[in-house]
Design a protein around this ligand. Sequence first.
Ligand SMILES: Cc1cc2nc3c(=O)[nH]c(=O)nc-3n(C[C@H](O)[C@H](O)[C@H](O)COP(=O)(O)OP(=O)(O)OC[C@H]3O[C@@H](n4cnc5c(N)ncnc54)[C@H](O)[C@@H]3O)c2cc1C
Length: 479
Amino acid sequence: MECSTASAGKPSNGRHRRERWNMPELMWFRNDLRTIDNPALNAAAAGDTGSAIGIFVCTPGTWHRHDWGAPRVTLILESLRVLRQELERLNIPLLIRIAETDMEAIDIVTDVASAHGCETVHANMEFGVDETRRDRLAESWMADRRIRFVPHQDQIVFDPDDILTKGGTSFKVFTPFRNTWNSLLLDRGLPESRELSTCSPIDVDSDQIPGSVPGFTPWSGIRLWQAGQNAAMDRLNQFLDGPVDRYHNTRNSPDIEGTSSLSPWLATGSLSPVTCLRPLIERFGPDLSTWPAGPATWQSELVWREFYRYIMHHNPKVSMHRPMQEWTDHLSWRQDDDGFQKWCDGETGIDIVDAGMRQMLETGWMHNRVRMITAMFLTKNLLIDWRRGERFFAKHLVDYDFASNNGGWQWSASSGTDAAPYFRIFNPDRQAELFDPERTYRRRWNPDHHPLSTMPIVDLVSSRRRAIEIFKTARVAAG
Ligand SMILES: Cc1cc2nc3c(=O)[nH]c(=O)nc-3n(C[C@H](O)[C@H](O)[C@H](O)COP(=O)(O)OP(=O)(O)OC[C@H]3O[C@@H](n4cnc5c(N)ncnc54)[C@H](O)[C@@H]3O)c2cc1C
């Protein structure tokens, strides 16, 4: 374990000489950069001593290993700037440290806890294999130093172990998962909203937020996004005040702003799903079967987000680049580096695919319908391994979120749980006619496309046939 070097055997730092009133609790921020509806922060601020310190550790080595790109990292730094201000209002200083890996971060957080006499470290859990391992190690490493590591649950509304089939196993299909989720909501409601009260002042200064992190160039596209919880709340209120009522009709149209665009804030934890759902439950009640179509459809999308985290929790293999459907391991993916590069650059000659890729390269965001079209084009028409596309999206999306990205890619590649059947392959041109009938979206993001002079890199009809054959063969090979 990498963290075995730094703080072991250090002389006492005076923690035991401190008075209890002077012993703050430590809040370790990770993917939860907000003060609103933050259970770990609530607990830290409500500790016996009434004072708390926040810490965030940048771990560029781990971020690289997890394929994060400059858009996500830049958004995190901007979100920390807002978080720092919000915390200072509550008398909670925010410390920033840089380590290479998450394992080194454990050591740093433990040292900071010791130096400030914190007996308890609070953190919200994350579901990836590496993150789960990090927290298990943190717990035992800190316990050896008489520091309590207390995990809380904030990434999804209900504990993944509370949503099980009658046989006690985990769900693999979305609809029964959502039905059970909806029943739980009716039974339990959402966690209550708690106004954070101001902590007792503490003689610790917040750190400056770094302008960049080693290995990640600041991303200029950040000018298009406003980081932090206040911007998220403005966007949420604006969306709930009208657009959500039409969402069931508008959500598939990339040519209009029919969705909330809240994903970047949800992905950094500047916004909690509980905060999104509470106003709707206050308006329509906890029985989702009575909700109007717009809000009900939007709630269902938020539950898809929960579902992919749930899948990750119950199926650690998805965090290890493994498909949910193991028979897809038998697929003969094409290497086709040239085709892959053209897809990355938005140069495939397929109008809607190129428009989507260019939207992402410029803004860090792509409409969900177009994410499905571009992903299916890569994995079916080009027959290129979904993991290459998943990685490219990870590097370029400002809302990059491992569970949703992996879920979306495995859905499109038919390797996922409850995925698109392998023979149901979108025709991108037909999708474009259906969902962008006036070419508004394509004209905006791919203005130079001329159908008569642009030759697609692949024939849609024969490549579709080829994909079905190869998938069929893999299925047979797997028995
Ligand atoms: C190939 C592929 C890759 C994707 N990668 C990501 C990713 O890295 N990060 C990410 O947040 N989403 C990802 N998605 C899901 C989805 O495209 C985005 O969440 C959505 O486009 C965000 O736009 P919005 O905030 O306007 O969503 P809205 O339609 O307003 O939905 C509200 C919220 O619900 C969640 N949500 C909506 N649709 C989905 C979905 N299909 N799966 C999971 N959660 C959903 C998001 O958190 C979203 O912000 C991916 C989908 C595909 C097909």
